[in-house]
Design a protein around this ligand. Structure first.
Ligand SMILES: Cc1cc2nc3c(=O)[nH]c(=O)nc-3n(C[C@H](O)[C@H](O)[C@H](O)COP(=O)(O)OP(=O)(O)OC[C@H]3O[C@@H](n4cnc5c(N)ncnc54)[C@H](O)[C@@H]3O)c2cc1C
Length: 382
């Protein structure tokens, strides 16, 4: 069945993404994994090539593209080539930080941050999670206290992508004073720039996606101007809730790309490997496994493509997004595992893309809301 998601413009954009991937990433990625860092020049080159901040309006340096299919193209290209950490790093910048600034930022805030995010000169992270607050964001303890017109931010965040080498972070903090019990209006969002009192831990030694840095962030009375408050005081949690569909759709897109890539990589390997005098695809078991992989990858892709179109129409609600993230991430975990098995020992070696897919997919049922939280979301909406 022909896939109906893309049109001519998307395929042209794919050529640009493929070329960027080959020129800027291939052959260099293994070193970045050792460094736990995607070099700054790559961000800048992505900016120059129009691959960052696609949705940013032209007046702020972007292209004003609100068709999510272009983001899908980019993700698919990085995943297919095994450069999954680049997909994650750009996802944090474009899908987790940017939508808040576009939806709730004042004109002043947009003028300050958007051009720098589009040209790749400012790398951003999204800092929600804390040591005591992951699934339960009401347990966030980082606080923001007024000091004249400014705010002073203090606290600790953990597991933050782009934190170690990034320049600024979108931070969820309590703004209701210390003693009161946190409620729906206790939190606000701020853009916090690296400055006095802002520091980070060393990148965590992750099992996968090792080229992207994930680290702790520490804020010790970091001064933030009133301009950098995102939207209104007390609306932080409601903004996070409202933006969940895009964040979760983005992870579903990456997961679906992993499913398709897992099938293609398993097919390629088994067609070229022999045991006991037979090519692996001559065994019925291999063909059955490949048939399952192909079918399940297609089912997942159809579901995710439908969700992408619904998102473009403004119709993807929180429960729909949870369904698609739950299905796609659990499928990616299962399919990459099966595909790895078909690679034998080669599947366990990180230079094989299937090993990248396997370790990356393990994150996708946790990050951006665990599968259990997805089930809660879907179940509560019934
Ligand atoms: C590599 C990596 C990158 C990340 N990047 C970022 C980032 O850039 N920014 C950011 O803010 N965060 C980031 N995170 C954090 C991630 O979103 C959290 O790890 C995730 O939300 C889960 O929170 P937790 O780790 O505190 O687990 P917990 O909330 O402690 O959950 C532990 C277990 O309990 C289950 N559980 C919790 N509550 C319930 C419930 N009500 N019902 C049933 N089961 C429940 C969970 O499903 C899970 O299985 C990242 C994490 C990792 C590992």
């Amino acid at each position: 069945m022909k896939r109906a998601l893309f049109e001519e413009d998307h395929e042209q954009f794919r050529e640009l993404a493929t070329e960027f991937n080959a020129r800027e990433i291939s052959g260099k990625y293994a070193q970045w994994e050792k460094d736990h860092q995607i070099p700054r020049e790559v961000w800048q080159s992505a900016g120059e090539n129009g691959l960052l901040g696609l949705a940013v309006p032209e007046e702020f340096g972007g292209m004003g593209i609100d068709d999510y299919r272009f983001r899908v193209v980019l993700d698919e290209e990085f995943v297919r080539s095994g450069h999954l950490a680049v997909a994650l790093a750009f996802h944090l910048h474009d899908d987790l930080v940017l939508p808040y600034l576009l939806s709730y930022g004042s004109a002043e805030l947009k003028a300050k941050w958007l051009p720098r995010m589009v040209d790749g000169s400012t790398i951003t992270s999204c800092a929600l999670t804390e040591p005591g607050a992951g699934s339960d964001l009401r347990a966030v303890r980082t606080k923001a206290v007024r000091d004249g017109d400014d705010w002073l931010i203090s606290g600790q965040k953990t597991f933050i992508g782009n934190a170690a080498f990034g320049d600024a972070s979108l931070v969820l903090a309590r703004t209701d004073g210390e003693s009161s019990r946190a409620g729906a209006h206790s939190f606000s969002l701020f853009m916090v720039e690296r400055s006095e009192g802002y520091s980070n831990g060393k990148p965590f030694d992750k099992m996968g996606l090792r080229a992207s840095d994930t680290a702790e962030l520490f804020f010790d009375e970091v001064r933030v101007s009133a301009t950098d408050l995102v939207g209104e005081v007390g609306q932080g949690l409601s903004y996070v809730k409202a933006q969940l569909p895009q964040a979760r759709l983005a992870l579903a897109v990456a997961a679906s790309a992993i499913c398709s890539a897992s099938f293609e990589q398993a097919l390629e390997h088994t067609k070229n490997r022999s045991t006991f005098g037979q090519v692996l695809t001559e065994y019925q078991n291999t063909r059955f496994e490949l048939a399952d992989l192909k079918t399940e990858a297609h089912v997942t892709q159809s579901f995710v493509d439908r969700a992408v179109l619904a998102f473009n129409e403004g119709e993807l609600n929180a429960s729909d997004a949870a369904e698609v993230k739950l299905w796609a991430s659990e499928s990616a975990k299962k399919l990459s595992d099966k595909a790895l098995q078909l690679h034998g020992g080669y599947g366990y070696i990180m230079e094989y893309p299937i090993a990248q897919s396997f370790t990356a997919s393990r994150l996708l049922t946790i990050f951006g809301g665990t599968s259990e939280i997805m089930r809660e979301t879907i179940g509560r909406a019934l």
